[in-house]
Write a new protein. Structure first.
Ligand SMILES: NC(=O)c1ccc[n+]([C@@H]2O[C@H](COP(=O)([O-])OP(=O)(O)OC[C@H]3O[C@@H](n4cnc5c(N)ncnc54)[C@H](OP(=O)(O)O)[C@@H]3O)[C@@H](O)[C@H]2O)c1
Length: 313
């Protein structure tokens, strides 16, 4: 994977957007210097050492008429310019139309993007994963994916053959790393029992302020195994219902930012979670990108815990 995903251009773009200068952020989002906290950037370290921004961009509904396509392309390009350089997609999103839209966005700047796609479980039999990967690469107009995920658990093929297929794609240079999605702890333990299963790079799962179930088991499990979690629906999913929460708006007002930025900063607060909010609106993306540099205070985190308590262990 590109080791310089947040290059000087990305960083400068972010700083210009935020109107301030650079500061340092530690692994748990704690400010390490007295420079302005709003100019820092949250990052996550993948297990191969690659650093990626803790905020990427989803695309499940893009390329399907929700917004005009030029607006959706502009939204993704805006996110890239503000440092949200990880883009998540899947072959099933709009039957490939999301991947095709992303091809137009990343054309000419592929090396700045960390591209994640997913194979559908109904394609895992025989050489289905290799064929699905080739089709995704063609739609995306690239010759490699940074991460290739199994979209959800399946009994259609043994986990060992799925891992072997991912490892072959890696050896062929078509993917840089692979992972899974929607796996619970027992799925992860089963995965780690098959040969090379522990090479899994991430698990992409539902996680936001009102869906905190993974804090009970999966999140600590992934932390113990030095595996970042990729949080989908970080704004509450289609319709972004979470953003109606008045506490988020109140905390946002204290930081001069939106409720969305607060929800996202909360999701990526611990240094092991990459959030992938989706938006087809450049204005929304600008609001969301603020979370890359937003550090919530211990008091604010306690307030959010009291309104949306963590699951009891
Ligand atoms: N692995 C899986 O099984 C799985 C499942 C679900 C999702 N995902 C991935 O995760 C991504 C994100 O999840 P999601 O799309 O379910 O939910 P989400 O990112 O929590 O919410 C998306 C919704 O939020 C709105 N939004 C974004 N920014 C906003 C802002 N600043 N203010 C107000 N509204 C805002 C978007 O509308 P606008 O476009 O109008 O901004 C869209 O309706 C997906 O696109 C997909 O890539 C993966």
């Amino acid at each position: 994977m590109n080791k310089q995903l947040l290059n000087r251009r990305d960083f400068n773009g972010l700083c210009v957007a935020l109107g301030s200068s650079l500061a340092l952020v530690g692994p748990a989002g704690v400010a390490l210097s007295s420079a302005p906290a709003r100019a820092a950037t949250h990052t996550v370290k993948l297990h191969d050492g690659t650093i990626v921004p803790a905020l990427g961009q989803g695309s499940a509904r893009l390329g399907q008429g929700k917004h005009p396509e030029p607006a959706e392309e502009e939204a993704l390009r805006t996110g890239l310019s503000l440092g949200m350089t990880l883009i998540d997609t899947a072959e099933m999103y709009g039957n490939g139309r999301s991947e095709e839209l992303i091809r137009r966005v990343i054309a000419g700047q592929r090396d700045r993007v960390s591209l994640v796609s997913k194979v559908s479980p109904n394609h895992v039999r025989g050489n289905g994963i290799a064929r699905a990967c080739d089709a995704s690469l063609a739609r995306l107009g690239t010759d490699y994916l940074d991460l290739y995920l199994l979209h959800w658990p399946t009994r259609d093929a043994d986990l060992s053959s799925i891992v072997a297929a991912f490892q072959s794609l890696r050896a062929a240079g078509k993917i840089r790393a692979w992972g899974v999605s929607n796996f619970n702890v027992s799925d992860m333990e089963e995965l780690f029992r098959v040969p090379h299963g522990d090479r899994c790079g991430t698990n992409q799962v539902l996680y936001n302020l009102t869906d905190r179930g993974i804090e009970q088991d999966l999140l600590p499990w992934c932390e113990r195994h030095s595996m970042p979690v990729m949080a989908y629906s970080p704004l509450g999913g289609a319709g972004a219902n979470l953003l109606r929460d008045p506490t988020l708006a109140r905390i946002g007002a204290a930081h001069s930012c939106s409720a969305a930025a607060v929800a996202l900063a909360w999701t990526i607060r611990n240094g092991n979670v990459i959030a992938i909010p989706e938006s087809g609106s450049a204005e929304h993306v600008k609001e969301n990108a603020v979370a890359l540099s937003l550090i919530l205070t211990p008091d604010e985190l306690r307030t959010l815990d009291s309104v949306h308590p963590p699951p009891s262990r």
